[in-house]
Design a protein around this ligand. Structure first.
Ligand SMILES: Cc1cc2nc3c(=O)[nH]c(=O)nc-3n(C[C@H](O)[C@H](O)[C@H](O)COP(=O)(O)OP(=O)(O)OC[C@H]3O[C@@H](n4cnc5c(N)ncnc54)[C@H](O)[C@@H]3O)c2cc1C
Length: 416
């Protein structure tokens, strides 16, 4: 076994850094090619939740009718731009087909292994002094405005309990004592202590510096254009900075990965799912625990150093223009649950593209016809959470080690 493998990772998001971390630990020489700067994609301004209890896929029974109803009421966080793009239409149709009980159970079982592995690995990673990132492991509160929704969450919790990931039901009086920042008219909450949070842009920055100190080579402003293939293997990547060769290659370009897959003639049904966030100084009063605002499908994350509102899901292609209506929706949404939803001054308004698969499962596996290319994308709403488990699994695939988790449900074969 060659322990001094040379590996090129295309894409410097959290998945790229996760892969680099375990490969470097294994003794590989690793180079990341990033078209912009490390952490400039979806990994920068996300909500920062390490959402280890998030087992249930987006495509679960009733998801489509629920969203249609919310769209009619004008309360949906989802926007689908009308399109004749067959690729996007087929993605949406496949998503609708997956909204059934058997997929929900299969996806949860598969995700459970990857989530648990990620949690164990994050525990070690975040104990490194160099990785300061406002990390806290105090759980996530799912907060409800409507009593019917609060009570109905019991069914979700029963499902989570079967995996040992159950939450605690918190009635209104206890909740208001615990979180005085919440408005009096909330119905209650469920606290899941398996979940953690951190500030993602701080993690990206400190992880990058840590890996550089361990020998990682980073090429920024270095878009990978074409991959040269010979005898079923990738030989090199052509970039604006020239040609790079390696033993193994990893495609970790998030929402942009299908653009490369297309050039290599394999099907990678990942659609960009646009999300937004607003980062501010902490308001007063400020919640102590991150809150998932259930009816608005959005998140409020407090850190020692800042405070963020994030969410919305737009299927409208690769554009990253900022839609002010979406930002306003985040602010009014938070105002329905919090006494003071906005902190001052404003630090950043942000948008980026999540890599969404129609079965809401990541893609971790070898490309169908290029044996030395591993694809690691499609992490949807959970890329930060799954970065360590994915990085370790990719490293195991490259070194031919037994991954310790079943990677078959994440393989590309399911799309070919
Ligand atoms: C509003 C919002 C909130 C979210 N909240 C959470 C959360 O709380 N918890 C969670 O776990 N997840 C969350 N997510 C999801 C998470 O951010 C993503 O799943 C994750 O960042 C994906 O990581 P990635 O490395 O695959 O992609 P990215 O971070 O997008 O990285 C891909 C990189 O590849 C680069 N690239 C693209 N093409 C090329 C090329 N040809 N050559 C070189 N480089 C290239 C891009 O510039 C980019 O830097 C959220 C997302 C959004 C939008």
């Amino acid at each position: 076994m060659n322990f001094n493998k040379e590996v090129i990772i295309i894409g410097g998001g959290v998945i790229g850094l996760g892969c680099a971390h375990y490969l470097i630990e294994q003794g590989a020489s690793v180079r990341i090619l990033e078209k912009d700067r490390i952490g400039d994609g979806a990994s920068h301004g996300n909500c920062g939740l390490l959402y280890f209890s998030d087992l249930i896929p987006l495509c679960s029974p009733g998801a489509v009718s629920h969203e249609i109803l919310r769209t009619l009421k004008g309360t949906s966080p989802l926007y689908i731009k009308p399109t004749l793009d067959l690729k996007r239409l087929s993605w949406l149709l496949n998503f609708a087909f997956k909204c059934n009980d058997s997929h929900k159970t299969r996806a949860a079982k598969a995700k459970f292994e990857l989530l648990t592995s990620s949690m164990t690995l994050f525990r070690d990673l975040l104990s490194l002094e160099e990785l300061a990132c406002d990390f806290e492991d105090k759980g996530i509160l799912s907060v409800f405005k409507e009593t019917a929704n609060f009570e109905a969450f019991q069914e979700t919790d029963n499902f989570l309990k079967d995996f040992g990931l159950g939450a605690r039901k918190i009635e209104k009086d206890e909740l208001l004592d615990m979180e005085p920042a919440l408005r009096q008219d909330v119905a209650g909450a469920w606290l899941n202590r398996f979940d953690w949070h951190l500030r993602p842009e701080l993690l990206m920055d400190s992880w990058k510096k840590y890996l550089l100190s361990k020998g990682l080579i980073i090429e920024e402003n270095c878009q990978a254009d074409d991959l040269e293939v010979s005898n079923g293997r990738i030989k090199s990547v052509n970039t604006v900075k020239g040609k790079f060769e390696a033993d193994d290659f990893i495609l970790a370009t998030g929402a942009w990965a299908p653009l490369t897959a297309k050039k290599l003639n394999f099907n990678l049904p990942v659609e960009p799912g646009k999300g937004y966030s607003i980062t501010m100084e902490r308001p007063e009063p400020c919640p102590a625990t991150p809150c998932m605002l259930y009816e608005k499908n959005m998140v409020v994350t407090p850190w020692k150093s800042a405070y963020r509102l994030g969410g919305t899901m737009e299927f409208s292609g690769y554009g990253t223009t900022m839609n002010r209506k979406r930002l306003e929706k985040l602010m009014t949404g938070a105002g329905a649950y919090l006494k003071e939803p906005l902190g001052r001054p404003l630090i950043e308004e942000w948008t980026s593209l999540r890599p969404m698969t129609y079965d809401d499962m990541p893609v971790i596996g070898r490309a169908p016809s290029q044996e030395n290319l591993i694809v690691a994308t499609g992490h949807g709403m959970l890329g930060l959470t799954l970065a360590t488990g994915t990085g370790k699994a990719v490293c195991d695939l490259i070194y031919g080690h037994e991954p310790g988790i079943n990677l078959k449900p994440f393989s590309l074969e399911r799309f070919q």
